[in-house]
Design a protein around this ligand. Sequence first.
Ligand SMILES: Cc1ncc(C[n+]2csc(CCOP(=O)(O)OP(=O)(O)O)c2C)c(N)n1
Ligand SMILES: [Mg+2]
Length: 311
Amino acid sequence: MCDVMTDLNSITEKILQIRIAQMMVNENYKDGQFKIPIHLAFGHETIAVAINEIMDDEDKLILTHRNIAYNLSRLGKLRPIMDEYFLKSTGLDSAKSGSMNLINPSKGIIYTSSILGNNFSVAVGIAMSLKIKQKDGITIVLGGDGSLEEGSFHESILMFKSLNLSGLLIIENNEWSMATKISERRIHIDLETFAKSYNVKYVKLSGNNPLDYIQKLKKLKDLSKKSNELICIEVMVNTLGDWIMTNDQNPDGKFINYHAGPAPTVDVKTCPALIKENNSDPIFVLINLLGIDELNKISDRIRHDLEEEMK
Ligand SMILES: Cc1ncc(C[n+]2csc(CCOP(=O)(O)OP(=O)(O)O)c2C)c(N)n1
Ligand SMILES: [Mg+2]
């Protein structure tokens, strides 16, 4: 029987590690030190850690342009990822994939694509290969809410279902695509209705409670494997950071871009590493679960370890 508090403490360490590591990346980003765009994912830490927790060695993870939280959670280190962003030969993929296509096959991340929707079709092929080779692993593929507009999203679901392939298709819904709020961009797409129309089980995750996410995802993964079926999971996220930008319509800097670039309002010195005081921030949820003193203690330790790693 696992100890819930021990689990929560170790999960908290991992979530804080991803948050503070991203804050450290952001500091270099704010200084204009990167030659490539990076899509930070403040607010996406809980789902990234939960996916890492449910993955076994043979599982395959397929990611999008906004992959930083997943790459950090699978690797458990910052240095090789930071080096990759600096396009150094010591980088995680020897400077071959940079940020938007960053893979880590030794940890199951075998494909990452910045081409919207392309990762779904690749996931079908990987799931088919696992089935043909009778491997134990499952395919887990990520997409953003913007990718629901792509034909490959629908075609891939159709193929998963028609070929009885197991897999978890996870949509991170931050209600943004590029620098546009989804509601300003297009009509609402009801993912649950779509999934049901393909006879795909649909589950929605929200609230950023890590133990809740892990428990539900473990069950869904087992179900998908046992019944050779695709399961569609929509996870509500708020990409935090208030990236205030100017454009022609908003010369005073009222325009908030959740797409790429540094997050000027986020400061690495903030302790604990909280960005928003509501449940959209995984750190806020952890403060409520563990108490501020315990969280500060863990946060100080993680911050120290990351600083040592980056010396
Ligand atoms: C086929 C294709 N069309 C357009 C783009 C340009 N593009 C890059 S990211 C993006 C939208 C991303 O929105 P979403 O999938 O919701 O991810 P988020 O950035 O919100 O995490 C678009 C349209 C692209 N990369 N590929
Ligand atoms: Mg989005």
